[in-house]
Design a protein around this ligand. Structure first.
Ligand code: HEM
Length: 540
C-alpha cells in the first residue's frame, strides 16, 4: 500500500506541464465524446439549440430569460428541448399538446414538480404546496388554504383594507407632487404598486401591518415617520421571502457537491439555509402567538378573517370542518404546516400580484379606448361619487376590468412557464417519456401565438366577453392549470380589480413617453418601470 502511494506521488511530481495538459485534454475529449454520443442517440430527439457539456444551453440564457425562451420557442417550434446543465427539459408551446399535463382530475399522472433530494436539505419534504410531491399532505394543505381564501368575510375585510391603504398611497403621491399647480402627478407606478400589494397581503395573511409604502416614502423624502417594530419585522420577512424564492432556483440548479464543497457556492448554501431558518422561526412564532390570542378571545367575539386565523381554526371547534373527507383530513393543522402554507400565500400575493397589476395598468395607459371603457364601467357600477366605499358586490359587476386583467396576463403572464412531471412512464404530445421527465408548459408562448389567439399582439379585453370568442381549452394559463392550478387566483383577481377600480375611479392615466415601461424576468416576469401621468378625473 505504502509502495503504491509513493509510486503515484513520485509519478505525479514527475509530470511536466505538457503531460498535465495532455491528460486534461484526453479526459475532456473522452467526456465530450461520451456526452455527444448520448445526446445524438437520445430518445425522442426534438429541435433545440445544441447543448455543451456541463453547461447545457446556459450560454444562451442572458438578460430577460422569459424573452430568450420565447424567441427560442418561436425559432424551434412548439415542441423543443433545452438543457439546464445536464437536465433535459421539454418545452411545449401548444395548448392541444398539454391536455394530459393539465389534467384536473385527482387521478392525473402529472401532479408532481420535478424536485430533487435538495428539498430534504431545506426541510421542506412533504411540506406546503408548490414544491410538495407527497400527495396526501399536499391535498390536505391545499384544501385548508383553498378554504381560507374563499371566506366571504376575508373578501369584505380585504376590500375595506385596500381602500384605506389606497388613501395612504395617494397621500404620499400628493405630498410628493406638491408645487405642481396643474395637479398632474408624474409617478413611477412600478415603485409603488409592489409596496402596495405587500402592504395588503401581509395583513391579509397574518393580520400584521407591513409599512412598505411608508418606508419607501421615508427613503424618497428623508422623512423619518416612525416604523414600528412589527412593521420592521414584516419588511425584513418580505425581503427574506424573495431570498427564499432565489434559494429554490439555487438548490434546483446547483448539485450538492458544488454547494457543499466549492466556494462561493458553500457560502450561498449557508446563507440560504440561514434565511430559511429565519423565515420558519418567524412564521412559527407568529402562529404560536396567534393561537394564544385566539384561545384567550372571549366566547362569542368574532375572530378576524385573516388567512392565519382561518388556518389555525380550521377543523377545530372554532372553525369549519372539511366536508366529505376522511379523518386524515379532518384534523387541525400543526404549526409547521401553517408556517409553510402562510409563507406560500405571502409569496403569491406579493410579486406575482404586483406584476399582474402593473402590466394591466401599463396596457390601460397605452390603450386610451380601453381606459375610457374602464372609466365608463366604474361610473355605471359605482356612480359619480368618488368617495363612496366600494363593496365586494360592486367588484363582481366589473366584467370589463376583469377582462382587462385577463388580457394583460395573457400578453405578459407573470409566471411565463410552469413545470410538471410524472412519477410514471407516460405518453405526452405523441411521444413516450420515462418517469420524472421534466416538462415546461410555455404559457407565454401559448398566450402569444396566432395558433390560439386572434391578433395576439393586440390588447383586446372584449375577447373574454364575446360568447362567440371564448379562449380555447388550455390556451389561457396565467394561473396554471390542472390539479395544481393556483389556489390564490380568486384572491389575486379581487385584489387586482380593486386596485384598478380605485385608481381609475379618480384618475386618467397616460404613459410619460415611449420609454416609460420596462419589464424583466427575475423568478417571474416583473415590472421594472412604469412612469405615468395621473390627472384627476373630476377635472374632465
Ligand atoms: C396575479 C397573481 C398570481 C399569479 C399570476 C399566480 C400564478 C400561479 C401559477 C402559474 C401557479 C402554478 C400553477 C400550476 O402548476 O399549474 C401558481 C401556484 C400557486 N399559487 Fe399562485 N399566482 C398568483 C397569486 C397567488 C396568491 C395571491 C396566492 C396565495 C393565496 C397564490 C398561491 C399559490 C400556491 C400556494 C401555488 C402552488 C399550488 C400547488 O402547487 O398546488 N398565488 N400560481
Amino acid at each position: 500500500m505504502d509502495y503504491t502511494i509513493s509510486y503515484i506521488t513520485s509519478y505525479i511530481t514527475s509530470l511536466t506541464l505538457t503531460d498535465c495538459l495532455t491528460t486534461f485534454l484526453i479526459i475532456a475529449l473522452l467526456y465530450t465524446t461520451k456526452y455527444y454520443l448520448s445526446y445524438f442517440t437520445r430518445s425522442n430527439p426534438l429541435p433545440g439549440p445544441l447543448p455543451f457539456p456541463i453547461i447545457g444551453n446556459a450560454y444562451l440564457f442572458r438578460g430577460d430569460y422569459a424573452e430568450v425562451f420565447l424567441k427560442l420557442q418561436k425559432k424551434y417550434g412548439t415542441m423543443m428541448e433545452l438543457y439546464f446543465g445536464p437536465k433535459r427539459m421539454i418545452w411545449i408551446g401548444d395548448a392541444k399538446l398539454i391536455k394530459k399535463l393539465n389534467d384536473p382530475s385527482p387521478k392525473s399522472n402529472f401532479p408532481y414538480r420535478a424536485i430533487g433530494s435538495w428539498i430534504d436539505e431545506l426541510k421542506m419534504t412533504g411540506m406546503g404546496m408548490g414544491l410538495n410531491n407527497h400527495m396526501s399532505s399536499w391535498r390536505f394543505n391545499r384544501a385548508m388554504l383553498a378554504r381560507s381564501v374563499i371566506v366571504p368575510s376575508l373578501f369584505r375585510q380585504l376590500v375595506s383594507v385596500m381602500e384605506k391603504t389606497f388613501e395612504e398611497l395617494e397621500s404620499y403621491w400628493i405630498k410628493l407632487s406638491k408645487g405642481n399647480n396643474n395637479r398632474i402627478m408624474k409617478i413611477d407606478l412600478a415603485d409603488w404598486v409592489y409596496k402596495y400589494t405587500n402592504d395588503i397581503i401581509v395583513p391579509t395573511v397574518t393580520r400584521k401591518p407591513a409599512g412598505m409604502m411608508l418606508t419607501h416614502y421615508n427613503n424618497l423624502t428623508n422623512n423619518n415617520s416612525k416604523i414600528t417594530f412589527e412593521q420592521k419585522q414584516a419588511i425584513e420577512m418580505l425581503g427574506r421571502i424573495r431570498i427564499w424564492q432565489r434559494s429554490i432556483v439555487f438548490f434546483y440548479f446547483f448539485p450538492k457537491f458544488l454547494r457543499h464543497y466549492v466556494p462561493p457556492f458553500t457560502f450561498l448554501n449557508s446563507k440560504y439555509l440561514y434565511n430559511i431558518n429565519w423565515l420558519n422561526e418567524y412564521f412559527i412564532n407568529i402562529t404560536k402567538i396567534r393561537r394564544k390570542e385566539i384561545e384567550n378571545t372571549p366566547k362569542g367575539e368574532i375572530l378576524s378573517s385573516d388567512i392565519l386565523t382561518s388556518l389555525i381554526c380550521s377543523n377545530t371547534h372554532l372553525g369549519t370542518k372539511l366536508d366529505n373527507v376522511n379523518d386524515e383530513y379532518g384534523r387541525p393543522m400543526t404549526n409547521e404546516e401553517i408556517m409553510r402554507v402562510t409563507i406560500e400565500a405571502i409569496t403569491g400575493g406579493t410579486n406575482p400580484l404586483g406584476s399582474g397589476i402593473c402590466f394591466t395598468l401599463y396596457h390601460l395607459a397605452k390603450n386610451p379606448q380601453a381606459q375610457s371603457k374602464v372609466h365608463e364601467e366604474i361610473d355605471r357600477a359605482l356612480g359619480k361619487d368618488i368617495n363612496r366605499p366600494i363593496t365586494y358586490d360592486d367588484l363582481i359587476k366589473l366584467h370589463y376590468i376583469e377582462a382587462c386583467f385577463k388580457e394583460s396576463l395573457r400578453m405578459v403572464p407573470v409566471i411565463p412557464f410552469i413545470f410538471k412531471a410524472s412519477d410514471k412512464e407516460d405518453t405526452v404530445a405523441g411521444f413516450k417519456w420515462k418517469a420524472k421527465q421534466e416538462f415546461f408548459i410555455h404559457n407565454y408562448y401559448i398566450h402569444n401565438t396566432k395558433a390560439h389567439w386572434r391578433d395576439p399582439e393586440l390588447f383586446i379585453p372584449e375577447r373574454y366577453l364575446n360568447d362567440n370568442e371564448k379562449p380555447e381549452e388550455n390556451s389561457h394559463l396565467p394561473f396554471g392549470g390542472g390539479i395544481r392550478i393556483c389556489p390564490g387566483r380568486h384572491l389575486a383577481l379581487t385584489n387586482a380589480k380593486m386596485f384598478i377600480t380605485l385608481i381609475f375611479r379618480k384618475y386618467k392615466m397616460e404613459l410619460v413617453d415611449d420609454n416609460s415601461f420596462a419589464k424583466s424576468y427575475d423568478l417571474d416576469n416583473g415590472c421594472d418601470k412604469l412612469e405615468v401621468y395621473l390627472s384627476p378625473r373630476c377635472e374632465e
